[in-house]
Design a protein around this ligand. Structure first.
Ligand SMILES: [Zn+2]
Length: 347
């Protein structure tokens, strides 16, 4: 299914839903079976399908220090860091939004895009890689000679490249120009850019098997990717190596990094993969919610309950008003199923 762009004038919830359906369908995530329901709802508004993100608006929100958050209701959040060395992006949303994203970047800086860091492989986060990388350029010097390859450097965990590319002779899911050009397989990778240490830290087996969070140390901002989203229960892409315990581990890691301002809002800011800007208190509440639900399901798994019994026990009930969904791409049942499957396999 490739219905992306109907979000324009829909109520936010439905727009987000429609977006998520297309993202997961495009990514081939398991359990997109609930999609027809949402598709039907969206269809009732009379909006045509197809790759039309024309009505989607993107907005820049200054976060702190060198860092800005680009919020678009069509794809994942994009983080922008600007300064004397140029522009660094974390994620690139959908390809169809590249012109709008570039227009917003140009309001902040006329310098070249030097780096793109991808938090993971999903198309609502890497879709604009090719468009935005090719208008940028790598900084030459040091290990990079005068014949530096054209385009910005794209940094990601090596599992992102493995999943975007394909063995010779088979069709790769993404064009070569979108692939990471600088991967890492260690715990973390460091870049010094715009007078700031930028630390890319791998989050093993969380939302996928190739997640990175990006910590802007001087600005005191973390770009979390989809290990932390405020729009639904955590999405576990089990086909691509995601696990519930990896997500909780990652949320705990983010909590370790985040330091709140004394008795005030603010301090370290966290940009989620989807949803609104957060501080430590927001992250703490989300981590508690995910941990409590995991513990409830784990307890039922240990008692030998079937999936049907676990669903019937409604382990998410007190949080459904805030994070639950009965239709669309990532329903409450799908979340419970994923956690159940994950924890029973581990038992
Ligand atoms: Zn994702």
């Amino acid at each position: 299914m490739t219905t992306i762009g109907r979000a324009g004038r829909l109520p936010v919830s439905l727009g987000t839903l429609t977006m998520l359906i297309s993202v997961l369908a495009a990514a081939g995530v398991a359990g997109v079976g609930a999609a027809p329901q949402a598709g039907r709802e969206a269809g009732q508004t009379g909006r045509a399908g197809g790759q039309n993100l024309d009505n989607v608006e993107v907005h820049v929100l200054p976060v702190q220090g060198n860092v800005y958050m680009l919020v678009g209701d069509g794809g994942g959040n994009v983080t922008i860091q600007v300064g004397p060395d140029g522009v660094l992006l974390v994620d690139t949303s959908f390809a169809q939004l590249s012109n709008k994203i570039l227009a917003e970047i140009r309001k902040l800086s006329d310098k070249p895009i030097r780096y793109i860091i991808n938090t993971h492989v999903h198309p609502d986060h890497v879709g604009g890689n090719e468009n935005l990388a090719k208008i940028g350029n790598t900084i030459a010097g040091g290990n990079v000679g005068g014949d530096a390859p054209p385009g910005a450097t794209i940094i990601a965990h090596e599992n992102v490249l493995n999943r975007m590319s394909a063995p010779t002779g088979t069709q790769a899911p993404f064009p070569v120009g979108a692939w990471p050009t600088d991967t890492y397989f260690t715990k973390q990778k460091e870049v010094y850019f715009n007078n700031e240490a930028v630390i890319v830290v791998h989050q093993p087996a969380a939302h996928t098997d190739g997640d990175s969070i990006v910590f802007f140390r001087r600005s005191d901002v973390v770009s979390a990717g989809d290990v932390f989203i405020t729009t639904s229960y955590p999405i576990i892409d089990q086909q691509r190596g995601g696990t519930i315990n990896g997500i909780i581990k990652s949320l705990n890691y983010l909590l370790d990094l985040a330091i709140p301002k004394e008795k005030q809002e603010g301090g370290t800011y966290i940009i989620p993969g989807h949803g609104r800007l957060c501080d430590e208190a927001d992250l703490l509440e989300y981590r508690d919610m995910v941990t409590i639900i995991r513990d409830r399901i784990e307890d039922l798994v240990k008692k030998g309950r079937t999936l049907e019994q676990v669903r019937a026990a409604r382990p998410t009930l007190d949080y459904d008003g805030r994070y639950g969904a009965t239709s669309g791409f990532w329903t409450t049942d799908m979340f419970i199923d994923a956690v159940y499957k994950d924890l029973s396999a581990r038992k």
